[in-house]
Every structure is written in structure tokens, then in C-alpha cells.
Design a protein around this ligand. Structure first.
Ligand SMILES: C[S@@+](CC[C@H](N)C(=O)[O-])C[C@H]1O[C@@H](n2cnc3c(N)ncnc32)[C@H](O)[C@@H]1O
Length: 240
């Protein structure tokens, strides 16, 4: 599906990720600091280490690995709606899957059917932007989080100034699109990435969205890397 159509039909996004699942890890490895930024967001959640965490839109498990570092005695459920991306994730964590520390589930993040109040924490890296309805997605997350549970949204969310938009456009069209298309043989999902970031919420708007949906102590922070103007983690706590 063409990138412009994907923006209006985001439920089709996981199918596009099927096409690039095998090259995804290499492409993100070439994106300097990708894993370090995920680790920084996971650390910012200040977990105690024994939580049951949902890694929503877990992809090939890069975000799962970042969370695993923070959970020496906890468990992780990874959810994604792309069979290809989950296949890669399953390959990486065979030991943890065997011991029950990690499990992966093929599911639409807009239709989570976990029980109410069943997770201590939710980590969503590069996921919210792909949801067809941000408000409905956050309401669904709120339902399955325990009171006092933590939510971290880690995403390309541009500062509200023209510099951040120009920075992203140059980076996207000048580097990400040509390089990743060459790596994966598919331009669609990367063109969609550029366009979806340009139309996504700012850190302030994500903060408001969480506050309007029952989260408190919401903090938006940039990352201390070259992604500073364009990448943020927004963390909030479900009101008790
Ligand atoms: C950019 S990847 C991020 C993967 C991982 N969190 C990371 O940090 O590398 C976005 C993922 O969101 C998934 N996704 C998009 N829309 C989804 C939906 N409605 N339900 C579940 N997964 C979805 C895609 O399949 C893809 O694997």
C-alpha cells in the first residue's frame, strides 16, 4: 500500500512491516544510538525490577531487550501485529521464552483483550504514532494497567518549532529513505515513517493526551543524543 494511503489506513501498517522484518535489525543498527535511546527510556521508568511489563508494538524485540535489562525478576509480554517482526523476536529470545520470562503475542494494539489492571508497566516504542486513533489506544492501555502502573511512550515526536521539522525532513528524505530503501528493497514503510512523524503529536500534546486519560505525574523528556529535537519519552502513572 502506498505511504500516503497508509497514513489514512494505519491498520495496514503491520503488513508493511512484514516486508522489512528481515532487514529491520540491520537498518536500526546503522541508526547510531537507536538501542541506547531505548535503554535510556526503559531506565527512565524507574522500575523496581519485578514488574509484569507489556512491550506494545515490540517488533523484532529491540525494545523488549531494553526492558529486559530493567527486569531481573520480572516478566515481559511482547505484542505486535506483524507475523514477520514477531518471527524475528521469537528467534532472539528462545531461552527466555522457554523459562516463561518473555512471551510474544500476535495482536492488534487497538484491540487488547488482556484483563483489566493486569500489567504493572507498559512500554510503547515507535508504536503510538502508528495507531489509527491515539485517544482510543491510550484508553485501552489505561484499562489494562494497574492503578499506580507506569506507561512510557517512546517515539519520534517533534519539538514545536520549525527547526525540528526541517531537521526531521532533511534526515528523513536525505538519509533514512535512501538508505533503508536500499537495505530492505521497500520504500513504502520508510516514506510512511517520514510522513507519519510530520503529522504526529508533539511532546506537549502527548503529555496532554495522557493527562486527559487518567495519568498523573506525566513527564516528557528529550534524548541526549543527535535525536534530541525529534525523539522523546513521555512517562506517566495511572491514577490510583
Ligand atoms: C518501528 S517498529 C518498533 C519496534 C520496536 N518497538 C522497536 O523499538 O524497535 C513499529 C512496530 O509497530 C507494529 N504495529 C504497528 N501497528 C500496530 C498495531 N495496530 N498493533 C500491533 N502492532 C502494530 C509494527 O508491526 C512494528 O513492528
Amino acid at each position: 500500500m502506498a505511504a500516503i494511503q497508509l497514513i489514512h489506513q494505519k491498520s495496514e501498517v503491520p503488513k508493511e512491516f512484514n516486508r522489512v522484518s528481515k532487514s529491520y535489525d540491520f537498518a536500526t543498527k546503522m541508526s547510531q544510538g537507536y538501542q541506547d535511546d531505548l535503554i535510556a527510556s526503559a531506565k527512565r521508568m524507574n522500575l523496581t525490577g519485578n514488574e509484569k511489563l507489556l512491550d506494545l508494538c515490540c517488533g523484532t524485540g529491540k525494545s523488549t531487550l531494553a526492558c529486559l535489562n530493567e527486569l531481573p525478576s520480572g516478566t515481559i509480554v511482547g505484542v505486535d501485529n506483524s507475523e514477520g517482526m514477531l518471527r524475528e523476536a521469537n528467534k532472539k529470545f528462545s531461552n527466555e521464552i522457554q523459562t516463561g520470562k518473555i512471551s510474544f503475542v500476535l495482536r492488534d494494539a487497538m484491540q487488547l483483550d488482556f484483563a483489566d489492571n493486569s500489567f504493572d508497566a507498559v512500554f510503547m516504542a515507535y508504536g503510538l504514532r502508528n495507531m489509527p486513533d491515539y485517544d482510543k489506544a491510550i484508553k485501552g492501555i489505561h484499562r489494562i494497567l494497574k492503578p499506580g502502573g507506569k506507561l512510557c511512550i517512546h517515539d519520534y515526536s517533534l519539538n514545536e518549532n520549525i527547526f525540528a521539522k526541517i531537521y526531521w525532513a532533511v534526515l528523513g528524505y536525505g538519509f533514512i529513505l535512501p538508505f533503508c530503501t536500499l537495505m530492505s528493497g521497500s520504500a513504502n514503510i520508510y516514506l510512511y515513517l517520514i510522513k507519519s512523524v510530520l503529522s504526529f503529536l508533539s511532546p506537549k500534546q502527548i503529555t496532554n493526551l495522557l493527562e486527559q486519560n487518567g495519568f498523573t505525574q506525566v513527564v516528557a523528556e528529550p534524548h541526549n543524543s543527535w535525536r534530541k529535537p525529534i525523539l522523546h519519552s513521555v512517562i506517566g502513572i495511572k491514577k490510583g
